[in-house]
Design a protein around this ligand. Structure first.
Ligand SMILES: Cc1cc2nc3c(=O)[nH]c(=O)nc-3n(C[C@H](O)[C@H](O)[C@H](O)COP(=O)(O)O)c2cc1C
Length: 205
């Protein structure tokens, strides 16, 4: 079987979801998967970015990260999304990316993608779970196979116990308040394992 292909697609204003995505990438590379780390296009007006020091700094620091193309979803066997909450919902930047996938969806090319999601918010209960659910709702419409973390590893308890996907809260300086690196690594290895079972199973039919 050819190598499993994983696309990690994120949006981040101030770096949290970029960090979560990088931890996922490291874990995926350790198990020999072909990985793409991709950001969705920034849609906010330059004046908004300029007005927030942390946002501006992160925006400039990640200029070289490739922007996710629609074909990246077609390329990938498995997808990890990482997004900050926006009032309990997806950031518009990620929503726009999903909305543009209508063409691929119409060709049946979103079916059976193996998907998992991560999130962050400023408060410990600021909408992380709901944000992951909002993304998973779209994934159901895609015919994707959602892989939640459940309580499949001790690291999930230590990370705050979100069974839908790893999530974290950040203080006003952007520092993560829970230790979630191990949970991200577990989530990544779990989705890879399940995606391999599915890919191998399909290949053997
Ligand atoms: C428009 C907007 C809405 C937000 N809504 C919430 C919210 O409802 N609850 C919360 O705890 N944090 C909220 N936040 C904080 C972000 O979720 C937080 O800054 C983000 O998770 C940090 O991730 P990042 O560093 O990857 O951008 C909001 C931020 C913005 C800009």
């Amino acid at each position: 079987m050819e190598d499993l292909k994983l696309a990690i697609i994120y949006y981040s204003s101030t770096g949290t979801n970029y960090q979560l995505s990088n931890w996922a990438k490291e874990a995926a590379e350790e198990v020999g998967v072909e990985v793409k780390l991709l950001k969705v296009e920034e849609l906010a007006p330059p004046a908004a970015i300029e007005s927030n020091k942390a946002w501006k700094k992160h925006h400039e620091a990640t200029k070289e990260v490739p922007v996710a193309k629609l074909e990246d979803v077609d390329w990938a066997d498995a997808l990890i999304f990482s997004i900050p909450t926006r009032f309990g919902n997806l950031p518009s930047q990620m929503k726009q990316y999903l909305d543009l996938l209508g063409g691929l969806w119409a060709q049946g090319k979103t079916i059976n993608k193996v998907v998992s999601a991560m999130s962050s918010a400023q408060n410990p209960h600021g909408g992380q779970e709901q944000t992951i659910h909002a993304l998973y709702t779209s994934m159901m419409h895609f015919g994707a196979i959602i892989v939640p973390t459940g309580y499949t590893d001790e690291s999930i308890f230590a990370a705050g116990g979100n069974p839908y996907g790893t999530s974290v809260s950040v203080d006003s300086e952007g520092n993560m308040q829970e230790d979630v690196q191990a949970a991200v690594r577990h989530q990544t290895k779990r989705i890879i394992q399940i995606a391999k079972w599915i890919k191998n199973g399909l290949a053997s039919l």
